[in-house]
Design a protein around this ligand. Structure first.
Ligand code: SF4
Length: 304
């Protein structure tokens, strides 16, 4: 994926409403600032999730970007933190990662005061190795200065496409204990009880093979890898096609026979199943009934 190709892609698909550049660690790209700046000049919000490992590089690139952004569109920096102190370092396999993530969080707090369009948040993967710390973790970061809505929690999942962890990661044997941990935090902090996505995490853990809402992957959502291969999502390893063969126009790819087969598969629930906000949130927005339930919940939690 070159910057020139990226610009053609954006220009040829102006109907797209959300474009999330994700990694890996996207700050490693030399042209990432240019990519975000182009999205911003097209009127789109930009966001990043980072592991915070190369904290100096991240601060340098983010500082350059913040000065270049128009200020008309939101910018969100989300830091992955999977536990307190050594738990995070153990899960990430990098000694000292937690300390760097906290350094980045403090830096981002200062930038939030400087740039009104800039927001910071953290994301936390619940795994069999850290569920026991969930309550302590969330309370710690609330005391740190984050609101519950700035601490997103999700179940770490497997993907042959994105994580290559099918053979090395399994949560099913710990799912009962993980459910108790999530229900505990839902009892303590109303936000996690009312927010539609987190409310359904225990249901997902109960039976991760059962679809919770109609999924729109392959319909209104897709995942594009760095070589322009297009998939319905980052979990369903079924290639729809390569955008280089379609002049970077998604609509052309959506007219092929392959997409019909993929959509049929998703509709029948013949996929690995997942419950992560990157795919469930856009699906909620596309589904009238989910949207109604989400809207009602949003009203209830307005004052939380
Ligand atoms: S439920 Fe998840 S795994 Fe299945 S198609 Fe949708 S996004 Fe992909």
């Amino acid at each position: 994926m070159t910057l020139d190709e990226f610009i053609i892609f954006i220009d040829n698909n102006e109907f797209l409403q959300d474009i999330n550049l994700s990694g890996g660690e996207v700050y490693l790209r030399d042209d990432i600032v240019d990519m975000w700046q182009y999205l911003d000049c097209k009127g789109l919000a930009t966001a990043v999730t980072t592991n915070g490992v190369n904290v100096d590089l991240i601060k340098r690139k983010e500082s350059i970007l913040l000065k270049k952004l128009s200020g008309k569109n939101n910018r969100e920096l989300q830091i992955s933190i999977d536990g307190l102190g050594e738990t995070h370092d153990f899960i990430r396999g990098i000694s000292g990662n937690y300390e760097k993530a906290i350094e980045l969080l403090n830096w981002a707090f200062r930038k939030e005061r400087q740039y009104p369009f800039f927001k910071v948040s953290i994301t936390h993967n619940i795994t069999p190795y850290n569920y026991h710390q969930l309550s302590e973790f969330v309370k710690y970061f609330i005391n740190f200065g984050l609101k519950p809505s700035q601490i997103s929690i999700k179940v770490a999942q497997t993907s042959s496409l994105l994580y290559d962890n099918i053979d090395t990661y399994e949560f099913v044997n710990s799912s009962r204990k993980m459910i108790s941990a999530v229900e505990g935090i839902q009892r303590e902090i109303p936000y996690y009880r009312h927010y539609y996505y987190t409310r359904l995490i225990p249901t997902f853990l109960e039976n991760s093979r059962k679809p919770l809402i109609p999924c729109y992957a392959g319909f209104t959502i897709c995942y594009i890898d760095p070589c322009w291969n297009v998939y319905p999502c980052s979990f369903l390893n079924t290639k729809i096609g390569n955008l280089r063969d379609y002049n970077f126009e998604l609509k052309k790819l959506w007219e092929t026979d392959v997409i019909k087969k993929v959509q049929d598969r998703v509709k029948k629930g013949l996929c690995p199943h997942c419950w992560i906000s990157c795919f469930s949130s856009p699906s909620i927005r596309c589904d009238v009934f989910s949207l109604l339930r989400f809207g009602i919940r949003k009203l209830i939690q307005r004052d939380l």
